[in-house]
Design a protein around this ligand. Structure first.
Ligand code: PGA
Length: 256
């Protein structure tokens, strides 16, 4: 089963519209070779930067994602953004349940599930984040935590839709810390995730789901991580904020 590698940049709360446009222009100038069609390249700017980035990315191989979505279609939800609003703004992907949202904004597997259903219903491509805390890894709870996140987060999704969902495995202890899971640890954990997906949706669906690694991924480690059989790309924070580091990482992930 060959799955298309997907490299997504999560810009988090960084980049004004002008800065976002500048970064996309720099990426476009670097990513001209048709060889880059072998993988999906996504950038996920903050909401206020999406318009400028969609415009700058139009007609290029760079796809645009958002960092969150609300489950309701509209209404009295101050500060939230709906699936339709994202679709209309030209967004294709959406990150759901990032660990920073779980840690700082009360996101749970139940809210992840609601957001995922809204994204799927609107035809957005979800990138659903899961991952364990350091104390959970040290306490031998990693597989249990991931299984709970998978069962709760993906509850009620059809196999057909699940096959198109991207899962981002991001060990929380590796995010922004410079500590990366070794390729062996990451592979072992990705294999567990795929096994859980197979238990829930069947082998055929599980074999189609793309599972990205996230957490201090950079040019130095991308090649070895993406070479693992169950690692289908990366969700990148820090290294996605500059064109040179993001392009270098993409090249390594492609084995270029
Ligand atoms: P990082 O962030 O690459 O800066 O560790 C990854 C993420 O949080 O998605």
């Amino acid at each position: 089963m060959s799955r298309k590698v997907i490299i997504a940049g999560n810009w988090k709360m960084n980049k004004t519209a002008a800065e976002g446009r500048e970064l996309v222009e720099a990426l476009k100038a670097e990513l001209t070779c048709s060889c880059y069609d072998q993988l999906d390249i996504v950038v996920c700017p903050p909401f206020t930067t999406i318009g400028a980035v969609v415009e700058a990315a139009r007609g290029s191989r760079i796809k645009v994602g958002a960092q969150n979505i609300h489950w309701a279609a509209n209404g009295a939800f101050t500060g939230e953004i709906s699936a339709d609003m994202l679709k209309t703004a030209g967004v294709e992907y959406v990150i759901i349940g990032h660990s920073e949202r779980r840690q700082y904004f009360g996101e749970t597997d139940a809210t992840v599930n609601s957001r995922l259903k809204a994204a799927i219903a609107a035809g957005l491509k979800p990138i659903v984040c899961i991952g364990e805390l350091l104390e959970e890894r040290e306490g031998g709870l990693t597989e249990k935590v991931l299984t709970t996140q998978i069962r709760g987060g993906f509850d009620g999704i059809s196999g057909e839709k699940m096959a198109e969902v991207v899962v981002a495995y991001e060990p929380v202890w590796a995010i922004g810390t410079g500590k990366t899971a070794t390729p062996d640890i990451a592979q072992e954990t990705h294999a567990h995730i795929r096994k859980e997906l197979a238990a829930m949706f069947g082998e055929e669906v599980a074999a189609k789901v793309r599972i990205q690694y996230g957490g201090s991924m950079k040019a130095d480690n991308a090649r070895e991580l993406v070479a693992q059989p169950d690692i289908d790309g990366g969700l990148i924070g820090g290294a996605a904020l500059k064109a040179d580091s993001f392009v270098a990482l993409i090249n390594e992930a492609m084995g270029k």
